[in-house]
Design a protein around this ligand. Structure first.
Ligand code: NAD
Length: 260
């Protein structure tokens, strides 16, 4: 018996087998969920379909989350084939590389709008289109980072977008709660993914993380997958509107200890 037997999950954001979305997909699959995937067109045949096939998933659809039409098309195809969405995973973000270096004060107007659109508004758009297929017990999950809350060097406009994303989680939780639909975010510690490679200084931050985090190790996509499984399942039936840290305790530290 799996925790998610009979549940159907639609996952946005797999780029490759290092993606956090893939860590979540593996955890949900292991507990019996039926999965479908959506990602940007350029990644579908080369990256996403082979991964989907490896776990027996056949629903693989392209979608740029900046397009309301493409989002609606994916949801409608899913609805035709599977009927319900029990679990919706939003694990994607984007900002221009030049906005993830140097000073936040230099962020351009269009760079700000782009980061907010792809990284924060897209959750609202996905939830709106998925809502007709969701029901009592459905769960929505997104991915955030500590830079939403505190200043993290070079995270810049993405920190502002993540703050908007976390606020959106709370507002969506309030809107969808009366229908029994839960909306939560996981704030993950640094993980080496394609998206992380675009952040200046990521390597250094990743390298020093195990010395600073109370649990003294880096975070893996499997760690995130396990918390995602909890948030996706009935085990978190009364949890909504929350940002759950999966960061080895990093966020509770004030002044770092001199030695471990
Ligand atoms: P990733 O590069 O594997 O995934 C990012 C995904 O965003 C890719 O699949 C990419 O195709 C997708 N994407 C970008 N623009 C898109 C668009 N217009 N339409 C549709 N999809 C689009 O990297 P990841 O680190 O697994 O990122 C997943 C989520 O986790 C992101 O929200 C990221 O901010 C968040 N996160 C990452 C870390 C980390 O250290 N890697 C830490 C905390 C939170």
């Amino acid at each position: 018996m799996g925790l998610l037997d009979g549940k159907k999950a639609l996952i946005f954001g797999v780029a490759n087998d290092h993606s956090i979305a893939w860590g979540i997909a593996k955890a949900l699959h292991e507990q019996g969920a039926t999965l479908g995937f959506s990602s940007v067109e350029s990644l579908i045949e080369r990256r996403v379909r082979p991964l989907a096939t490896s776990i027996g998933a056949t629903f693989v659809e392209a979608c740029d989350v900046q397009s309301d039409e493409q989002i609606a098309a994916v949801m409608s195809k899913w609805g035709d084939q599977y009927g319900d969405i029990d679990i919706l995973v939003h694990a994607l973000a984007y900002a221009k590389r030049e906005d993830l270096d140097g000073e936040f004060a230099n962020t351009s107007r269009d760079g700000f709008a782009l980061a907010m659109d792809v990284s924060a508004y897209s959750l609202v758009a996905l939830v709106r289109e998925a809502r007709p297929f969701m029901h009592q017990g459905s769960s929505v999950l997104t991915l955030s980072y500590y830079g939403a809350e505190k200043v993290v060097a070079h995270y810049n406009v993405m920190g502002v977008a993540k703050a908007a994303l976390e606020a959106s989680v709370r507002y969506l939780a309030a809107d969808l709660g009366p229908q029994g639909i839960r909306v939560n975010a996981i704030s993950a510690g640094p993980i080496r993914t394609l998206a992380a490679a675009g952040i200046a200084g990521f390597k250094g931050m990743y390298g020093s993380f195990p010395e600073l985090a109370p649990l003294r190790s880096n975070i893996t996509i499997e760690d995130v997958g396990k918390t995602a499984l909890w948030l996706a399942s009935d085990l978190s039936s009364a949890v909504t509107g929350e940002v759950v840290y999966v960061d080895g305790g990093f966020n509770v530290m004030g002044v770092p200890l001199a030695e471990g």
